[in-house]
Ligand binder design. Structure first.
Ligand SMILES: [Zn+2]
Length: 282
């Protein structure tokens, strides 16, 4: 038995030290995910404790209500297999989370992040976009892209159609990148659909991060925008592209590509990554 314990002691106040800067906030999320990914395999039995401050559960010794103090805002997918706080090993009141299928970025999601920056800006050091492998929303967009006839199945549901429509740009971009790296015949390979889904998931997360980067510029450069893809199999947040130190399957978040050329280069790396190669070999 392996216990993951959220420990709450009303007699012992837990005062977390907020990250000093964006780099420390970034590191805390990466280290938290590395801890989470190791949990059940560290030992046959044991426990992992996440300390919860009484104030964060609304137990305030002097009365009143807790104050929001998240150090990062995360745009993630609604997928029930991707619980944001758990996979970053964070406690209550550490993350401002916006979850929506496909981690799309409509007006309401932008408004939520705008609110966080406006009202919690002093604490917020990091904006994070988190996609995940085998995303159902991205898969639906890929299937409608590959078989336009299937799109007719969405015509009776305007909300679902709107969701899929908003995911076509990263899907189309992923298809162009894959054809550019592997040739037009790639569409005939048995693993093409899976490769297109995972490439589109990564491109979608990167695109949303770039939109946030450009939509909420930070003249003081105190805040950073990063993204990653949560892999359901390894439980690691990763970015499938080559790194100087190797280990594309290691836990990591990376910074949003700042411009068109950087984005193109990033996309080519993802399309040519070992992950895509493995999927194409199917
Ligand atoms: Zn999803």
């Amino acid at each position: 038995v392996y216990d993951v314990i959220f420990r709450f002691d009303p007699a012992a106040s837990v005062r977390r030290q907020p990250p000093a800067d964006a780099a420390e906030a970034w590191r805390r999320l990466e280290e938290g995910n590395a801890t989470f990914a190791r949990l059940p395999t560290d030992a046959r039995s044991g426990s992992h404790v996440v300390y919860v401050a009484p104030e964060d559960l609304g137990v305030c010794p002097a009365g009143g209500t807790p104050t929001q103090q998240p150090f990062a805002a995360v745009l993630g997918c609604s997928d029930a297999r991707v619980p944001i706080e758990l996979i970053f090993d964070r406690s209550c009141n550490e993350l401002f989370v916006v979850r929506v299928a496909g981690n799309i970025l409509g007006l309401e999601q932008l408004g939520s992040i705008d609110y966080a920056l406006e009202h919690l800006g002093r604490h917020l050091k990091l904006l994070v976009v988190l996609g995940h492998s085998q995303c159902g929303a991205v898969s639906a967009a890929v299937d409608a892209f590959l078989k336009p006839g299937d799109y007719l199945g969405l015509v009776s549901s305007h909300p679902l159609r709107a969701l899929v429509n908003s995911l076509f740009p990263p899907v189309r971009g992923a298809a162009v990148l894959l054809a550019g790296v592997w040739g037009d015949d790639i569409v005939k390979r048995p693993g093409y659909r899976a490769a297109l889904i995972e490439t589109a998931v990564t491109i979608n997360a990167a695109l949303k991060a770039t939109i946030l980067q450009q939509g909420f510029p930070d003249p003081s450069a105190d805040r950073r925008v990063v993204f990653g893809v949560y892999d359901l199999r390894s439980r690691r947040v990763r970015v499938p592209r080559p790194f100087p130190d190797g280990g594309e399957d290691d836990t990591r978040l990376v910074e949003a590509p700042p411009g068109r050329e950087e984005f193109r280069q990033f996309g080519v790396q993802v399309a040519g990554s070992p992950l895509v190669r493995r999927l194409l070999e199917g």
